[in-house]
Design a protein around this ligand. Sequence first.
Ligand code: NAP
Length: 299
Amino acid sequence: MLTGMQIAVIGGDARQLEVVRKLTELDAKLLLVGFEQLDHAFTGAVKEKMEDVNFAEVDSVILPVRGTDPDGKVETIFSNEQVILTKEMIQSTPPHCTFYTGISQPYLEDLLIEANRKQILLFERDDVAIYNSIPTVEGTIMMAIQHTDYTIHGSSVAVLGLGRVGMSVARAFHALGAKVKVGARKSEDIARITEMSLQPFYLNQLTQEVKETDIVINTIPFPIITSMVLAHMPVHTLIIDLASKPGGTDFRFAEKRGIKALLAPSLPGIVAPKTAGQILANALGQLIQEDLTQRKGKN
Ligand code: NAP
């Protein structure tokens, strides 16, 4: 239980509602900032304006997956007001205060280093990334269906990368009957792709390997689908780029060649916000509990 913990939940989308639900169930006291247009009330959670939060009493701060923008602005879909997290607010938190976001972002990271406050990046955790790959796959299948006039079954699909998302995507498209090949750069990944009964290839052969693909699904956050690769792709190929912004595709050249290339960020929050929120909520519940236990052990 998180009895006695004071947690500020600042901004976010529908996923944060699952986080709020879970943390109030665990008996934490919650301050909700940027939620004034939310009709629902949660027992144990109070809506506050950013300027009214007493950061000196806050044990944890939960921000949206992307943290803040480069000016400290926090995105929120439940408010029309600007919510800005400033250096002074961060510095007025107690030294044990921990900040939770999904991915790293320089504005926040720099201020937290300066203030010597801990930041936890939820999407860097294997468990969160693997659970999150499930709604990501479902969103990818949805996009493939929406943007093609043929079945996934029987189509030629190339998946780039065998990380947490790549493995789930490759497995799901294979199960749907696609002819799946997977590109990786490490020999152990080539071995794993073979073990999965999929066709492996080294990424340095990508230009040759895309010559007959119907769908290319990229999970590599690096410029991998270059103009050279695009020049070898059939014009009917659909590219679904799942890698974090700006993706791994030369979108300008894809458009020039008439190849449909879609950057598809944040699919879990779009196709399954409730599940995606529960994934974050479960991880946060566990992490904040561990933090509390550790602090009690020290006192
Ligand atoms: P991951 O487990 O770290 O996998 C990344 C993959 O990219 C690995 O196979 C890695 O290979 C490969 N890679 C990285 N840099 C490379 C390079 N320079 N050249 C060749 N291969 C490279 O990450 P993940 O959890 O699968 O996530 C993949 C991407 O999808 C991330 O950008 C993540 O933010 C994004 N994502 C998007 C959504 C969405 O809704 N669109 C959802 C979840 C995640 P090595 O092991 O050889 O480095």
